[in-house]
Write a protein that binds this ligand. Structure first.
Ligand code: FMN
Length: 213
């Protein structure tokens, strides 16, 4: 049975990012895989890459040698058949938690050797999900850059972007008016478009397992 790792790099359980990850995971299960999920905000303490170059030693190739909260996640991804990872957009980037995992996941596979730049012997398909307040196309370049790096160092990567998300259940209860947003338009989008994105996440999760992504 194929094993898929799902990673939530956002703090809010059951919200937009987590929901899309859950749907993608259900899709993976529907295609016959088992899914193990990690919530990065619930792990023991961890950091991003510490530039120790331990992974640049022959004996440790492809293995980050730092032992902390991210170690079980890195180990699980290394052994897995696919990765579903999602993050909200924070200040035009993915979350700091995502970045910590991303640095360690990619850098351990980067050799600095021009002939063989990547030492990852086991490429796995990746579904990278991002949610944002901004419309879907705002962060396309950002996501394409991530796709390129995942393609090169982890495996073939699909992107799913869900923009203009509903950030609050009730925008009427804020201490001052959040006039950035057209609340009615957001609600309508959440009711009409978000379910389609959930369906797309399910299908992409299944495709990840079937090898048809
Ligand atoms: C600290 C913080 C920074 C944010 N920065 C941005 C941003 O730069 N661009 C954007 O489109 N949305 C931004 N957002 C909104 C979230 O990306 C958006 O609401 C997302 O869907 C939240 O995901 P969640 O519902 O899974 O928590 C920010 C939210 C927070 C909490």
């Amino acid at each position: 049975m194929k094993k898929i790792i799902a990673v939530n790099a956002g703090p809010r359980m059951g919200w937009n990012t987590d929901t899309l990850i859950t749907e993608a995971s259900k899709g993976a299960v529907s295609a016959g895989a088992e899914v193990e999920k990690f919530n990065l905000f619930k792990l023991e303490k961890y950091t991003g890459c510490r530039s120790c170059f331990g992974c640049k030693k022959e004996a440790n190739k492809g293995h980050c040698i730092i032992k902390d909260g991210l170690t079980p996640v890195l180990d699980a991804i290394r052994e897995s058949d696919g990765l579903i990872i999602g993050s909200p957009n924070y200040l035009s980037e993915l979350t700091a938690s995502f970045r910590a995992l991303y640095e360690r996941l990619v850098f351990q596979n980067l050799t600095y050797n021009a002939e063989t730049p990547c030492c990852n012997p086991r490429r796995i398909p990746v579904l990278l999900i991002m949610t944002s307040n901004a419309p879907d196309d705002m962060y396309m370049n950002l996501m394409q850059n991530y796709k390129q790096v995942f393609d090169g160092f982890v495996g073939p990567t699909e992107i799913l972007i869900s923009g203009d998300t509903l950030q609050l259940k009730d925008y009427g209860k804020t201490d001052w008016p959040w006039t950035y947003f057209d609340v009615e338009a957001k609600k309508e989008r959440h009711e009409k478009v978000f379910p389609q994105e959930c369906k797309a996440a399910f299908e992409k999760g299944a495709a990840l397992v079937k090898g048809t992504q």
